[in-house]
Design a protein around this ligand. Structure first.
Ligand code: NAP
Length: 432
C-alpha cells in the first residue's frame, strides 16, 4: 500500500465529473485517511472536446473505454457510463480480466449481472465496489455489509427513487394530479426527459434487488422483483390516504418468507407516524430491521453529482486502504439461490376505491363479492351523494391473500354499478 493509488475513470458525465471534482477538492483529507494519494491517471468519454469543469491536462485520454480498462496505468477502473450491458459491462469485465479493481455507480448493471460480475471479481482477487448504485449518498451497502453484519435481517424497505418521492410529495402538498406534477418535475430537472425507468418502478427495483442480495445472502434476482409504478396514483387516492392517516410512498420491500424471498416495488399506504412517511421530496431512505439491532433508519440524497461522488469515492478509499469485504457480504460463490415468492401469495391489507353509481343495492353487490372471496373489510368510507354521477366508495381490508383480493377486484370491475376500473393500493404495516 505504498505510493499513490492510480485510478482510471470511464464516463465523465454528472457522476464522473463529480468524482473528479471531489478528488480535487478533498485531496488533503483523502490523503490523510488513506495514507496515500488517489491519482487519476486516465479518463474516457465520448466527446473529448467537452469542458468537464476539471483539469485533465496530465491525464491520459482514451476514446475507447474498454481499451482503457485493460491498458491504462491504473489499479482501479471506475465505471460511470451507465446501462446494464454495452460499454459499461464490457469495461467492468475487461478491468477484472486485467486484474484491476472496479468501482461503479451502475445499478442496472449490478441488478442484472451482479452475481456473475462479483464471482468474476472475487475469482480474480479484485474488489467490486457499488455503494453509489443504491440510494446515492446513503452508505447503505456499508451499513448492511459491515455495521449490521452481526444481525439476521428480518425486513428491509425503502424509498429508493427520488423522482417518484418528489412527485408523490408534490401531489400531496398541492392536491394536483400525477401528469401535471410530472411535467413540473421535468422542468425542474427532477425527472428525466424519458422518466419511464423512474416512474414505472424499474430504477427502484434495480436498487432493491441489490439490497436484497446483501441483506439476505442470496443471488441478485432482478427478475424476481414484483414491480408497479406510480402512474395510477391519483389526487383522490392521496386525499383519501390523508383522511385515513396514511401517506402514499413508492417503497421497495424485501422479506424472507417461508416459500422464498419476497421482493416488491409498488405504491404503499404507510402510517403517517412511521419515520418513512416523513421522508419527502427527492430524498431517499432505507429502513433495516435486524434481529438484534431492531429498527435502523438511513436517510439522505439519493442522486446528484455530490452525493453519488461521495459514495463512489468511499469505495475508492476502501481499496486505497486495502480493505476487502465480500461483494454481497458473503463470498459470491456462496450466495444462495432463493426462489422468488409469487405476489399472489403475498398477504397484507388493501385500500380499494370504487367509483359507483349512487343507487340502492350497490353495497350489497360489493359486500357479496368480498364475502365470496373471503376478504374481510376493515372500514368503509363514502362521502359525496350525487344521484347523477359516480361517487367514490373507499374500503380498507384486514390482512388478505393477494390472489383473493385480485379475484374480488375482478368481480367489482364486472359490476355494472362500478363505472371505472377499481383502484387498489397496498397498505403496509411498518414499525413506528
Ligand atoms: N446522476 C445521478 O445522480 C446518479 C446517481 C446514482 C447513480 N448513477 C449512475 O451513474 C452512472 C452514470 O450516470 P450519469 O448521470 O453520470 O450519466 P451521464 O451524465 O449521462 O454520463 C455518462 C458518461 O458516459 C460517457 N460515455 C457514454 N458512452 C461511453 C462510451 N462508450 N465510452 C466512454 N464513455 C462513454 C459519456 O460521455 P460524453 O460526456 O462524452 O457524452 C458521459 O460522460 C449510471 O450508471 C447511473 O445510473 C447516477
Amino acid at each position: 500500500l505504498s505510493g499513490a493509488l492510480k485510478i482510471a475513470v470511464a464516463g465523465l458525465g454528472t457522476v464522473g465529473a463529480g468524482v473528479l471534482q471531489l478528488l480535487e477538492r478533498n485531496g488533503a483529507v483523502l490523503r490523510q485517511r488513506c495514507g496515500r494519494d488517489i491519482r487519476v491517471t486516465a479518463v474516457s468519454a465520448r466527446d473529448r472536446a467537452r469542458d468537464r469543469g476539471v483539469n485533465l491536462r496530465d491525464v491520459a485520454w482514451f476514446d475507447d473505454a474498454v481499451a482503457m480498462a485493460r491498458e491504462a496505468d491504473a489499479e482501479v477502473v471506475i465505471e460511470l457510463i451507465g446501462g446494464s450491458d454495452g460499454p459499461a459491462r464490457a469495461v467492468c469485465e475487461a478491468a477484472i480480466g486485467a486484474g484491476r479493481h472496479v468501482v461503479t455507480a451502475n445499478k442496472a448493471l449490478i441488478a442484472m449481472h451482479g452475481t456473475a460480475i462479483a464471482r468474476m471479481a472475487e475469482g480474480a482477487g479484485v474488489a467490486l465496489g457499488y455503494e453509489a448504485a443504491v440510494a446515492g449518498g446513503i452508505p447503505i451497502i456499508k451499513a448492511l455489509r459491515e455495521g449490521l453484519a452481526a444481525n439476521n435481517v428480518t425486513s428491509l424497505y425503502g424509498i429508493l427513487n427520488g423522482t417518484c418521492n418528489y412527485i408523490l410529495s408534490a401531489m400531496r402538498d398541492s392536491g394536483r394530479e400525477f401528469a401535471d406534477v410530472l411535467a413540473e418535475a421535468r422542468t425542474l430537472g427532477y425527472a428525466e426527459a424519458d422518466p419511464g425507468f423512474d416512474i414505472d418502478g424499474v430504477d427502484a427495483a434495480h436498487k432493491l434487488a441489490i439490497l436484497t442480495s446483501v441483506a439476505f445472502g442470496c443471488e441478485v434476482d432482478f427478475d424476481g422483483v414484483y414491480i408497479e409504478g406510480i402512474r395510477h396514483v391519483s389526487a383522490q387516492d392521496i386525499a383519501f390516504a390523508t383522511e385515513l392517516g396514511y401517506r402514499i410512498k413508492l417503497l421497495g420491500i424485501a422479506r424472507r418468507v417461508d416459500h422464498g424471498i419476497e421482493q416488491r416495488v409498488h405504491p404503499c399506504m404507510v402510517d403517517e407516524e412511521t419515520p418513512i412517511a416523513h421522508v419527502e421530496g427527492v430524498f431517499n431512505a432505507v429502513v433495516v430491521e435486524g434481529d438484534f439491532v431492531d429498527s435502523t433508519v438511513y436517510q439522505g440524497r439519493g442522486a446528484g453529482a455530490g452525493p453519488t461522488a461521495s459514495a463512489v469515492v468511499a469505495d475508492i478509499v476502501d481499496i486505497a486502504r486495502g480493505a476487502r469485504i465480500p461483494t454481497f457480504a458473503v463470498p459470491a460463490s456462496a450466495l444462495e439461490k432463493l426462489p422468488a415468492a409469487p405476489m399472489d401469495r403475498h398477504r397484507g391489507a388493501y385500500y380499494i376505491r370504487l367509483m359507483v353509481v349512487d343507487r340502492p343495492g350497490v353495497f350489497a353487490d360489493v359486500a357479496a363479492a368480498l364475502r365470496d372471496e373471503q376478504v374481510s373489510m376493515e372500514s368503509i368510507l363514502q362521502r359525496t351523494r350525487d344521484p347523477d354521477g359516480a361517487v367514490p366508495v373507499v374500503m380498507t381490508t384486514h390482512d388478505t391473500e393477494e390472489a383473493a383480493m385480485k379475484r374480488a377486484l375482478a368481480r367489482f370491475a364486472a359490476l355494472d354499478t362500478v363505472v371505472e376500473p377499481p383502484r387498489m393500493i397496498r397498505i403496509e404495516s411498518l414499525m413506528k
